[in-house]
Design a protein around this ligand. Structure first.
Ligand code: HSE
Length: 432
């Protein structure tokens, strides 16, 4: 007896999955007590397959060969993007096949439709690899933390962005060079602007929020800001002030209203999350009973992500062995309940503000005066260097303030004649 699997997409992760199936067969058999057979692999471009030493009858350029094969019970989709991935998944479901996908963009945008189709056909859907690469965060939320009401999630969930920030800080390397290295490692998305602009992080946060808080959320409701305005100067000031800058995904339940945002964030260097460097990911989850937990591991790359994909296949195969489906439904942590998503202008945070201004009398008093007029109180001020006739950086750390007030104040400060560059803002977070 064996359980047949079809794989659509032989890119970086697809190769990792194919290698596990071909090289780790004994381990899979030991875990399942049954053979998992990778029956077919489909990709328009089968160039990568040359490295796998597979019999040619396994390979096809037509995904329909998998979708129409009645013996294949589990279909893995690893082509990414919206189409044709969505049509393939819906067709597989319609054929009564269980599905496994790592496609965070698709789930963030069309998850509801796909989950509903899977529910109607009573098939399983695994998406462990969609968030945090090899870290079993989806399973942790659905199963391990099921006794909790979750308060907050703070995630470093884009390996590329974390790698870039880490290298920029450690080696003072320029942004472009570090990005190229990340692409060479295979972490970055096909379009790396998704990584840099925070869009990939927002996709993953949407999935985490629907699981953790049981509410639907659209991408438009997640405030999203990337790392492209972070300069080596910010990383240097941040270190001096005792902070690290991380591209953080934040979600908090504040009196049944959800704060959902993705942006560069300053966190105290004393937090464990601040030590997560390079392509590593970590998700810090606070539950009402368990307290603080942190899930850490490789958030991107061929083998870690393939590890998560194959774990879903094993999970579904175990259900098949017991002749059951959907023992744990995709969003089983919470029954769906609509919750209000908080507008970014209404959040309260502390802020790091960096101004570039001409070095002359009353600059500081003008800037701090405008901040004061907008109810913003300062915790500290740093001005470095002396540049008569030139610009100097001025850094101000604020106490907690309303985002809307900060924005109004910065708009006004930006109009001052001695301010030579659009002010920089980084939100500071306490992980509570
Ligand atoms: N581009 C993503 C990252 C891949 O860098 O984390 C994993 O989703």
């Amino acid at each position: 007896m064996s359980i047949s699997v079809g794989l659509i997409g032989l890119g970086t992760i697809g190769m990792g999955v194919a290698k596990i199936f071909t090289r780790d067969n004994e381990i899979l058999f030991a875990h399942l007590g049954e053979k998992l057979q990778l029956k077919k692999i489909a990709d328009i471009n089968l160039e990568n397959a040359k490295h796998l030493n597979l019999p040619s009858e396994i390979l096809t350029q037509n995904a329909e060969d998998i979708l129409n094969d009645p013996e294949i019970q589990i279909v893995i989709e690893l082509i990414g993007g919206y189409e044709p991935a969505k049509s393939f998944l819906l067709k597989a479901i319609a054929e009564g096949k269980h599905i496994v996908t790592a496609n965070k963009a698709l789930l963030a945008q069309h998850g509801e439709e796909i989950f509903q189709a899977a529910a109607d056909k009573e098939v399983d859907i695994g998406f462990e690899a969609s968030v945090g690469g090899g870290i079993p965060i989806i399973r942790a939320l659905k199963e391990g933390l099921a006794a909790n009401s979750l308060k907050s999630i703070y995630g470093i969930i884009n390996g590329t962005a974390n790698y870039i920030l880490t290298e920029m800080e450690k080696k003072k390397s320029p942004f472009e060079q570090v990005l190229q290295q990340a692409q060479a490692h295979g972490f970055a998305e096909a379009d790396p602007t998704y990584d840099i602009k925070g869009i990939d992080t927002a996709h993953k946060l949407a999935i985490l929020i629907s699981l953790a808080f049981g509410t639907r959320i659209t991408l438009e409701q997640i405030y999203t800001e990337g790392i492209d305005r972070i300069s080596p100067l910010d990383l240097q000031f941040s270190r001096e002030l005792g902070y690290k800058i991380k591209l953080l995904a934040l979600a908090k339940d504040v009196n049944d209203e959800i704060e959902a945002r993705v942006h560069p964030t300053m966190i105290s260097k004393d937090y464990l999350l601040a030590t997560v460097d390079g392509a590593y990911n970590a998700i810090y989850v606070i539950g009402n009973r368990v307290g603080s937990t942190m899930f850490y591991g490789m958030g991107a790359g061929e083998e870690p992500t393939a590890s998560a994909v194959v774990s879903d296949v094993i999970d579904i195969a175990r259900n098949i062995q017991k002749n059951i489906t959907r023992r744990i439904t995709p969003t089983s942590f919470c029954r769906q309940k609509e919750k209000k998503i908080k507008d970014i202008n209404q959040i309260v945070s502390s802020y790091y503000l960096r101004f570039s201004a001409l070095d002359k009398p009353s600059v500081l008093s003008n800037i701090s005066g405008i901040l004061g007029e907008h109810n913003i109180s300062l915790a500290s001020v740093i001005q470095k260097g002396r540049q008569i006739g030139g610009s100097v950086p001025i850094v101000m750390m604020t106490h907690e303030a309303l985002e809307q007030d900060i924005k109004h104040a910065l708009d006004k400060i930006n109009t001052l004649s001695f301010v030579t560059e659009k002010p920089h803002l980084i939100r500071v977070a306490e992980l509570d």
